[in-house]
Unconditional design. Structure first.
Length: 420
C-alpha cells in the first residue's frame, strides 16, 4: 500500500527544486523525504546500481498497470523516452513530425536527430495547447507522427486529435512530461495515443533526478523502443515476440537505460502523486475561482473531460484591454505587492535561430534542417496565437503543499495589482 508522506514536519529541509516566488512561506512542500533516501541507501548497499534491477522491473510493471497499457520501459530522461518512441514508430529521414510551436525543444529534438523534419503548428489561444485545426492544415503525405503536448498539466483536445490521426492513418504520440496523472474522459493520458512519454527530471512531480518512461500497447513499437536503447537489458525485458529475438541482448548497441537509484526515487514519489495532485488541484481551483473577481485575468481553457495532473506550471491569461493596464504594468504592480509573475517559460520554437535559419545537422549539407535540402525555416509572424500568448500568458506561483491562506493571499495581491 502507498505510504502517507503528507507529514513532513520531521524531515530536514534541504534542496527543493520547485518554483520560486516572492512568497516562499506559502509552500510547505519538501520533494525528497527520508523514504527516498532510505531506499536509495539500501539499494546502494546491495550494489543494485545498474540495469534492470528488481526495483526497475517492478516500477515498469506498476507504471504500465497504472497508465493502463500493456508495456512500459524506463529510460534515462524524457527526451530519450521520446527518441525511443519515435524510433519505435519508424520515424526517420524524409518524414515530418507535427508538434506545437510552444513546447520545450526536447519534444521535437529526437525526431530531428532521427532525420525527420519538424513541422510546427499554432496553439489554441485559450488553452495554450496544440490547435487541432492548425494541425489539419500542416498534414502532408510525409507526416509520420503528431505529438500533442499536455503542457503545464493541462490536456489537449484528444478527441479531435485522435480523429485526425485515424482519418489520415498517422499515429499520435502523447508528450506527458508535464502531466503526471492527468486524465481525459476517465482514461490516463499517455494511454490514448500510440504511445505516451513522461519525464522524471528533478523538478517534475514524479522525479528520478533524471529519468523517463515510455508506455504503449503496440508490441512492435515497444520492442523497437527496447532495441534502440536497452542494450544488455533486452532479453530481461521479456520481449513478447520473436521478430527481434536474434538481436538480443545487444539490440542496436545504444544505451538509454535508466539509473536504478533514480527509478527507486520515482517509485516512492509515485506513491505520493495522488496526494500531491490533490493539493495542487485544490489550490489552483481556489485561485482560478477567485480570478472571476479580477477583470482581465482568466484561467486557461479546459476541454470537456479533462482532469489535470502534474501541474508543472500554472499559467493564466492577461487581457490588457479588459483590465485597462498593460501586461508589463500589471507584472510590475504585482511585484510591488510581493507576487512575482513569470513570463515566457518556454520560447516559441519558430523564433529560435535553429529553426528560423536551419542547420547543417549532419554536415556536408545533409539533414532535415538543411536549407540546401529544401528546409524553408520559419519567421516571426508565422504563429500569431503562440506569439500573442507569449506576451499575455503569466505564470502564477506553483504551490504543492500550500498554507491554508495561500490562495487568498495570492488573490489579494492580484486584486491590488489590478486596481493600482
Amino acid at each position: 500500500m502507498p505510504q502517507d508522506y503528507t507529514d513532513t514536519g520531521s524531515v530536514q529541509r534541504a534542496f527543493v527544486q520547485t518554483a520560486t516566488t516572492a512568497l516562499p512561506e506559502l509552500d510547505r512542500w519538501t520533494q525528497i523525504t527520508d523514504a527516498e533516501a532510505t531506499l536509495v541507501a539500501d539499494m546502494t548497499r546491495r550494489n543494485e546500481l545498474s540495469g534492470g534491477t528488481p526495483i526497475v522491473r517492478a516500477f515498469e510493471k506498476r507504471w504500465a498497470e497504472w497508465v493502463g497499457t500493456r508495456f512500459a520501459v524506463t529510460v534515462m530522461n524524457g527526451t530519450s523516452a521520446l527518441y525511443s518512441a519515435y524510433f519505435g514508430m519508424g520515424v526517420g529521414p524524409g518524414d515530418e513530425v507535427i508538434c506545437p510551436v510552444n513546447t520545450w525543444i526536447c519534444t521535437i529534438a529526437p525526431a530531428i536527430l532521427l532525420g525527420a523534419k519538424p513541422v510546427f503548428c499554432d496553439i489554441d489561444p485559450l488553452s495554450l495547447l496544440m490547435d487541432p485545426e492548425d494541425v489539419r492544415k500542416r498534414i502532408t503525405a510525409n507526416t509520420r507522427c503528431i505529438v500533442p503536448v499536455h503542457l503545464w498539466g493541462n490536456v489537449c483536445d484528444l478527441d479531435v486529435l485522435l480523429a485526425i490521426g485515424q482519418e489520415h492513418d498517422i499515429p499520435i504520440l502523447e508528450d506527458c512530461s508535464h502531466a503526471h496523472g492527468a486524465r481525459y474522459k476517465g482514461l490516463m493520458c499517455g494511454s490514448l495515443g500510440a504511445a505516451g512519454c513522461w519525464s522524471f527530471q528533478g523538478s517534475k512531480p514524479i522525479s528520478a533526478g533524471e529519468g523517463g518512461v515510455l508506455a504503449t500497447d503496440d508490441i512492435d513499437l515497444f520492442e523497437r523502443a527496447c532495441l534502440v536503447g536497452q542494450v544488455n537489458r533486452i532479453a530481461g525485458i521479456d520481449l513478447v515476440g520473436a521478430r527481434y529475438e536474434e538481436l538480443q541482448p545487444l539490440g542496436l548497441g545504444m544505451k538509454f537505460r535508466a539509473h536504478p537509484l533514480g527509478i527507486a526515487i520515482a517509485s516512492v514519489q509515485l506513491d505520493k502523486l495522488a496526494e500531491l495532485n490533490k493539493r495542487r488541484a485544490a489550490y489552483i481551483a481556489e485561485v482560478e475561482a477567485g480570478l472571476a473577481d479580477i477583470p482581465g485575468v482568466s484561467p486557461c481553457r479546459l476541454y470537456e473531460g479533462v482532469e489535470r495532473g502534474g501541474f508543472y506550471g500554472f499559467p493564466v491569461i492577461h487581457d490588457p484591454s479588459v483590465m485597462g493596464k498593460s501586461t508589463e504594468a500589471f507584472i510590475e504592480a504585482a511585484a510591488e505587492n510581493g507576487l512575482n509573475l513569470g513570463r515566457k517559460r518556454y520560447p516559441n520554437l519558430h523564433e529560435l535561430p535553429l529553426f528560423q535559419k536551419g542547420f547543417d545537422l549532419f554536415t556536408r549539407k545533409r539533414g532535415p534542417l538543411c536549407p540546401e535540402n529544401g528546409y524553408a525555416g520559419y519567421q516571426n509572424g508565422d504563429f500569431p496565437n503562440a506569439e500573442a500568448a507569449a506576451e499575455r500568458a503569466l505564470f502564477m506561483p506553483e504551490l504543492s503543499d500550500p498554507v491554508p491562506d495561500a490562495a487568498r493571499i495570492i488573490l489579494d495581491a492580484l486584486r491590488k495589482a489590478a486596481q493600482r
